[in-house]
Design a protein around this ligand. Structure first.
Ligand code: AMP
Length: 308
């Protein structure tokens, strides 16, 4: 069998190797591994912003080469969701990745990722159905399936995910553990706009008025953080603090505001161990998610460190 060839040489960005076929991606990664190089992988859906690029920067510190992927994965969108209108800005993305020092950009085609008769899915039971999974049935099965496929194709040493999507990151970490993947999953912090809004490709959907109002999501989390700093441990009181802030913004409609154990994502009544404060809200028709991570400064300590 002849070696796989990349059929369409890319002109997207100089110094960025653009790879469109699975066979060529596998071969490129195989060559890097054969040279004992440490591959860092940053999977994305494109419309790149500083949040994505922070993961690339983190990967650059640990790895060479850094490989990024852009794939708007149809399997993780519900039938009434925004797959068709999801922002696609490939040329700009390629320039950003090249400038950030990414060596190769994997751009798989949906037809090759999901050929006719595709029938195999991976699902992390339980957690996939709760929180985001309740509002978006099937979403996480689509996410874990595509991430497993990408990790199998690239076989990186490290793969980088944002804490912005905390439940997704936890599911991927569980999947990697359960399936004994060789890849280590690394989480990066949330990158925010100047007014605190977590960066997201979907922020582009917001009208000017919604965009102004959207900062309320982070302010609500910060209010819960202030309560934690003031010694409040009761989850109902933390939820009330968030609701007070959110209620003052008529354009925001809360989907959920939950406080969960950081490992199990089960709701807690009091904060005592590492926990996530998770918030999902609609601004008009756009659904935004954000979160805050809180953990005792030392084991058993009653003082909490807050990462917003
Ligand atoms: P996406 O393109 O939305 O699939 O995101 C690709 C990766 O970037 C995921 O691991 C996200 O969690 C991460 N990410 C998205 N937004 C941010 C952000 N504001 N800060 C940090 N990471 C982010």
């Amino acid at each position: 069998m002849s070696a796989p060839r990349e059929p369409r040489p890319s002109t997207l960005a100089q110094s960025l190797d653009t790879i469109r076929t699975i066979a060529w991606m596998k071969e490129t990664a195989r060559q890097a591994r054969a040279e004992s190089r440490v591959i860092g992988f940053v999977p994305t859906m494109g419309a790149l912003h500083a949040g994505h690029l922070s993961l690339v920067e983190r990967a650059r510190r640990d790895c060479d080469p850094v490989i990024a992927s852009i794939f708007v994965n149809p399997k993780q969108f519900g039938p009434k969701e925004d797959f068709a209108k999801y922002p696609r800005t490939l040329e700009k993305d390629a320039a950003k990745l090249a400038a950030a020092g990414v060596g190769a950009l994997f751009l798989p085609e949906a037809a090759e990722m999901y050929p006719a008769g595709f029938a195999t899915y991976v699902n992390v039971e339980g957690l996939s159905e709760r929180l985001e999974g309740r509002t978006r049935p099937g979403h996480f099965c689509g996410v874990t399936t595509v991430v497993l496929k990408l990790l199998e194709i690239v076989q990186p040493t490290f793969a980088y995910f944002g804490r912005k999507d905390a439940q997704q990151a936890r599911l991927i970490t569980i999947m990697a553990r359960d399936l004994n993947l060789d890849t280590q999953i690394v989480l990066g912090p949330i990158v925010r706009e100047g007014d605190g809004l977590a960066m997201s490709s979907r922020n582009a959907y917001l009208s000017a008025e919604e965009r102004r109002a959207a900062a309320v999501v982070q302010r609500a989390l910060a209010a819960a953080g202030d309560e934690v700093r003031a010694g409040v441990r009761d989850v109902l009181r933390l939820q009330e603090a968030m609701q007070r802030v959110l209620a003052a913004e008529p354009l925001a409609r809360v989907d959920y505001a939950e406080i969960v154990d950081a490992a199990t994502f089960e709701p807690v009544l009091r904060v005592a161990r590492p926990a996530y404060v998770l918030l999902a809200a609609y601004l008009g028709r756009t659904r935004l998610i954000d979160n805050m991570f809180i953990e005792p400064v030392a084991e058993g300590a009653d003082e909490f460190a807050i990462q917003l």
